[in-house]
Write a protein that binds this ligand. Structure first.
Ligand SMILES: [Zn+2]
Length: 234
């Protein structure tokens, strides 16, 4: 009975190992995911800055157009002025608009330069992302296949385990499962050096050791509660 339980435990431990393996995503893939996230964050940051600059440039252009229209209108009004005073007023206006337009053009220049630099930076970041994307997609595909294979092996093990478990006495199986849960792994252990618990290594009382050796029912370690088992001689 305990031999069968030991086989059940062997399958359970294999399944534990598979669960651990399932979570072991390759380092390169993890690094590539981080790299993409970093690039995307940087691209978004540069793009936000770029779009903001573009809005500023567009607003400046609009203001310039308005100023030029006003300047033109002032210039035309000056030509149609009825008096010299009126003409002088319109000419002053024209000059003011021209001066402001010139100032605005000067301010717009560094703005344009920054916009251009941002556009270059944005294109470079996008190119890096475009290059990374297919590599990452391929790696993700491999990872999905790897996990699917682990899952398939686990399903197979689970099936074998469950079929085997039906041949183990219900009470014993229940005890085993409770201890396994509590001890997170080994529930059925052999004797160590013929006198110690193979799980917690405590020295067992003589009568406990004897019961285990004589296979007198289910014996538990008084210290950790694991089921003790005299492994068959090799
Ligand atoms: Zn123990």
């Amino acid at each position: 009975m305990l031999e069968t339980l030991s086989e059940v435990q062997g399958l359970d431990l294999e399944r534990d190992a598979l669960t651990a393996a399932r979570g072991e995503t390759p380092q390169e893939l993890l690094a590539a995911r981080i790299r993409r996230a970093e690039l995307q964050a940087e691209r978004d940051r540069v793009k936000a800055d770029h779009d903001d600059l573009r809005k500023q440039v567009a607003a400046t252009d609009l203001e310039l157009k308005t100023l030029q229209e006003r300047r033109k209108s002032a210039s035309e009004s000056a030509l149609r002025a009825a008096t010299a005073k009126e003409m002088s007023q319109f000419q002053n206006q024209e000059l003011q608009f021209a001066t402001r337009a010139q100032e605005l053009e000067e301010d717009a220049l560094p703005l344009m330069e920054r916009l251009e630099a941002r556009a270059t930076e944005l294109a470079a970041l996008q190119a890096q992302l475009d290059e990374l994307e297919p590599e990452l997609d391929a790696a993700e595909e491999l990872e999905r296949a790897r996990v699917a294979e682990v899952d398939a092996r686990d399903a197979d093990l689970a099936d074998r385990r469950d079929r085997l478990a039906t041949t183990v006495e219900t009470m014993l199986l229940r005890q085993y499962e409770q201890v396994r849960k509590a001890r997170r792994g080994l529930a059925l252990v052999g004797l160590q050096d013929g006198k110690r618990c193979g799980g917690c290594h405590v020295q067992l009382p003589i009568h406990v050791v004897q019961k285990v050796r004589k296979h007198q029912g289910v014996v538990r370690c008084p210290s950790c509660g694991r089921l003790l088992y005299q492994e068959p001689e090799a």
